[in-house]
Design a binder for this molecule. Structure first.
Ligand code: HGY
Ligand code: MN
Ligand code: MN
Length: 430
């Protein structure tokens, strides 16, 4: 995936540094073991939040950590922390990580890479005999994807105080399971050494992630220094009509929720149209009730995922969602509920600098770039200096079983992460 310059650069990283101890083989092997939990055809995974597969992933991570003498902790929404001690146990830790939950038809690397690269960096620090003043922790944030229990980034939102845990407990999944019950079962099944409060002090946060876009691979560059994340809005649109007989009910008197929902989506397509292809407008879920071939639909629930890098444009487009749907649904009724809202964010310049210097020290080409996907780092950015490291993924494919990355690229990102952690843990004078 990376040209000769990148290949050569990767090979000559500095001996004796923590980066030098990163094991490409161990990192890849752990990805494959983790990918077996919820494996689906086509090399994908379905490991949604609070499922048996998610619980197994948590237990697997704790087992690896324990084998290395690291301790584990979790908070009341199940954010899971793996700790490598520093000289000063009272010092706020530097934290790295991502998420272990996946999309229902997801890939082996989205989220898992950030957690496993973090663990690999801790092992490399251990193997290098590095002694740090501060502890360093790896975190697996709960329910980043939001596919089963919407919205996403729930664990990092609750941890940082962006959302109250009590606002999440009554959320149900497609089978009517309450989050509160699924969470309780997960906490019960996760054998940790201690429990944690939300929003404990963190000195700095760094997240490694596959790019989930085509740029790094297309430009032949192994490392992305992420400058920030675009803003997001999620909506649930409920169109309400009246069920009727498909053969007997005249069209002119129908209140057909499916036709109403289609009209609303078409109208939204007009509003969101963008010749510059910067607006990201997605209807990913479309649930018809009663969903019978010979009954006019009485209800349609569809989701809107809207994103843009400019706060003002995002605000204007988001404000248009409700009125556009109301004007489009004809004789049906419509309810529009905003379920997620996050402004665009810029990452800390010192953290970006630490990543760039680490890549340079390892002779790995790096470019600065924004993130199209959202990540837990955007919420940690509210409470501590934060940043992200991107590595390439094949053809930029993600949220798809075909998501793929090379062992070499994953290891290069883990080496940059290890060096960046050393810079952050010594450089933070908080
Ligand atoms: O939706 C997102 O951007 C993230 O990948 N969950
Ligand atoms: Mn992710
Ligand atoms: Mn994702």
């Amino acid at each position: 995936m990376i040209n000769e310059a990148g290949q050569a650069a990767r090979a000559n990283h500095l001996p004796g540094s923590a980066a030098d101890q990163v094991s490409q083989e161990r990192l890849w092997r752990r990805h494959m073991e983790m990918a077996a939990l919820g494996a689906i055809p086509g090399n994908g995974v379905c490991r949604q939040a609070f499922t048996e597969e998610d619980i197994a992933a948590r237990q697997l991570l704790i087992g690896w950590a324990r084998a290395r003498g690291f301790t584990s902790a979790q908070d009341a929404i199940g954010n899971l922390f793996i700790r490598r001690p520093g000289r000063d146990p009272a010092a706020a830790p530097v934290v790295t990580g991502s998420h272990l939950d996946s999309q229902p038809s997801g890939g082996r690397f989205d989220g898992a890479y950030g957690v496993l690269a973090g663990l690999e960096a801790l092992e490399a620090l251990e193997d290098a005999g590095a002694v740090t003043e501060r502890p360093i922790e790896v975190v697996a944030w709960t329910n980043e994807e939001g596919g089963r229990f919407a919205p996403g980034a729930m664990g990092s939102m609750v941890f940082t105080g962006s959302r109250a845990l009590t606002d999440c407990l009554a959320i149900t999944d497609g089978e009517g399971v309450r989050l509160e019950d699924a969470l309780a079962a997960t906490l019960e099944a996760t054998p940790v050494d201690e429990t944690r409060a939300f929003n404990f002090p963190i000195a700095a946060y760094i997240e490694a992630h596959i790019e989930q876009g085509p740029r790094l691979e297309a430009e032949g560059v192994p490392i992305g220094v992420v400058t920030g994340i675009q803003g997001s809005r999620w909506f649930e649109v409920e169109v309400l009509g009246e069920s009727a007989h498909a053969g007997a009910a005249p069209l002119k008197t129908r209140r057909d929720a499916l036709q109403g929902a289609l009209a609303a989506v078409q109208a939204l397509n007009q509003v969101m149209a963008d010749d510059n292809d910067i607006v990201r407008f997605t209807v990913g879920r479309f649930v018809v009730t009663p969903n019978s071939p010979n009954t006019v639909a009485e209800r349609v629930l569809f989701t809107v995922d809207l994103r843009h890098p400019e706060a003002e444009v995002l605000w204007r487009l988001a404000e248009a969602v409700g009125p556009t749907c109301e004007a489009a649904v004809g004789r049906c009724d419509v309810r529009v509920r905003k379920t997620f809202s996050r402004e665009p964010c810029l990452f800390d310049l010192d953290v970006q600098r630490a990543i760039s210097e680490s890549a340079r020290e390892l002779a790995l080409p790096a470019i600065q770039m924004p993130s199209g996907a959202f990540h837990d780092a955007q919420f940690l950015n509210d409470v501590c200096p934060s940043g992200m490291i991107f590595v390439p993924c094949e053809k930029g494919i993600s949220h798809n079983p075909a998501e793929n990355a090379s062992p070499e690229d994953l290891a290069a990102g883990a080496r940059v992460l290890a060096q960046t952690l050393i810079r952050l843990v010594d450089g933070i004078k908080a």
